[in-house]
Each structure stands twice: as C-alpha cells, then as structure tokens.
Design a protein around this ligand. Structure first.
Ligand code: AMP
Length: 251
C-alpha cells in the first residue's frame, strides 16, 4: 500500500503571530516556521503503518515556495521515503480548493491507496482541503481520525464525535484527515535528519503544470484580536465562583 501525505509549512505553533501594519496578512520575515502539527501527526501515522508492514511507501507532498523543501525534509526525517514539492511563487496565495486541485494532480501521478492530510492548517484554520480533495477524486473520506486500522482491503477509521466514538469502514483509495489524538509524533533523531537530506525530493514548478488559480476567495483584511478589557478576578474556592456567576445570571 502506498500512502501520500500532504504537509504544509506554517508558522511554528509556539511563535506569537504578528499582524502586518497594513492589515494585508501576518509577518513571515524571520519567523520560525514548522510543519503543520496535524500534518506531522499524519506523517507519523503513515510511517507507523509502514513500520508495521501495512504500507510499502510513504510519499510526502507540499505546495509552497522553495522554503517548503525544509518542511518536506522534516517529514522525511520522521520516516517518509520521498517528497514532492509543487513550487509556487513566494507571493502566491492559494485557497483550499486550489490546493485540493493541485493535490488531485499529484494523486493522479502517484496513484496512492491512502491519502492523509491534517484536519486543518493552523495558519488559516480552513478545515476544507481534505474534504474537497475527496470530492474531486470521487473517493471515500473520513475526517478527524483518532485511530486508523487496516483490515484486508478495508480501512477502519475511528472518529471522535459528540458523545463518543464512531468507527467507519471505507474502501481504498480513501482520503483521511487526522485529529490531535491519533498519535504523538516522534522526535526526528540526528541520524534520521542526516539521512533525510539524501532522500529524493522532486520539484514541479506550478508554471509548468497547466494550472490557473481560481482566485474566488480574497482576503480583505487581517487584524489582531481585540484586547481584553475586563479585569481578572481570583476566587478562593469554587463556591465563591458559582455565587458570582449566579449573581450575574451566567448559570
Ligand atoms: P486547510 O483546509 O487549509 O485547513 O488544510 C487542511 C490540510 O490540507 C492540511 O493539514 C494539509 O494536510 C493540507 N494542506 C493545506 N494546504 C497545503 C499546502 N499548501 N501543501 C500541502 N498540504 C496542504
């Protein structure tokens, strides 16, 4: 079984994001970047499936500017076998449907049995790409996976839903998006980081892919959240908190 994992380069989740003065986006200059955390979980899951003998190859794909090579190398240091970069100009902004259309092209070329994505990219919180990709591919999908098992030719995916767990059986090929509790990604060891530098990384320039962005969604403005004005009150015990909330008719 071949697994394709989509990984996005995003601002590291420990960094405090700063909005640009003109409201056109967020500051990216000299900011620490990292693999999107849900995508790291997806890579870890694919590598575990390979280590358990259920998968034969793990390919990672990213759509981004040249610096996304670094993200792909990080994914290969976790254990992916090779990488594909769809290189776009540094100032090109693609909406989730464009990303899904580009991933569809890579899926046609690679013919994977299982396609793993994160449930959302932490920079835009869209939570759309996996669902759109499965619609474009006309294949089955399971979102927010907290457990993935392979039984014969079927894929069993457990999802956390309100009030419990739901387990689905899907035919392959399938698109699955990962949730936080699926696994805890390993730290890449130094020897594996070194090995990843030598693994194959194929680059497709978007200008050579007969692709035009849809340009349907435009970001009008980006702004900081409003500063909290309310004062913070410390309560000595829970009863005092409950009385205060009752007085304010909050409960
Ligand atoms: P989103 O729909 O933007 O929240 O992203 C959901 C998932 O789609 C991410 O967790 C990634 O797995 C994948 N994805 C989104 N953007 C990209 C990108 N530029 N390159 C590769 N994968 C992406």
């Amino acid at each position: 079984m071949k697994i394709l994992v989509a990984v996005k380069r995003v601002i590291d989740h420990n960094v405090k994001v700063r909005v640009k003065a003109d409201g056109s986006g967020v500051e990216l200059a000299n900011v620490k970047m990292a693999i999107n955390p849900f995508d790291e979980i997806a890579v870890e899951e694919a590598v575990r499936l390979k280590e358990s003998g259920k998968a034969s190859e793990v390919v990672v794909v990213s759509i981004g500017d040249i610096s996304s090579q670094e993200t792909l190398r990080s994914a290969m240091a976790i254990g992916a076998d090779r990488a594909v970069l769809v290189q776009i100009p540094i100032d090109m902004i693609l909406e989730p449907l464009d990303i899904a259309r580009l991933l569809q092209k890579i899926v046609f070329a690679e013919q994977p049995d299982l396609i793993l994505l994160g449930k959302q990219a932490i920079d835009n919180d869209c939570n759309q790409t996996g669902q759109m990709l499965s619609a474009l591919l006309k294949c089955s999908q399971a979102t927010f996976a907290s457990l993935i098992e392979i039984e014969g030719s079927a894929l069993l995916v457990t999802r956390e839903i309100d009030g419990g767990l739901e387990t689905l059986s899907l035919p392959l090929p399938a698109v699955v998006t990962t949730d936080l509790r699926l696994n805890e990604p390993r730290y890449a060891t130094l020897p594996n980081i070194m090995k990843a530098k030598k693994k194959p990384l194929e680059i497709h320039d978007i200008s050579q892919m007969s692709f035009s962005p849809l340009g349907q969604v435009k970001i009008l403005t980006v702004s900081e959240p409003k500063k909290r004005t309310g004062q913070c009150t410390l309560f000595n015990d829970a009863n005092a908190l409950v009385s205060e909330l009752q007085a304010k008719e909050a409960i």
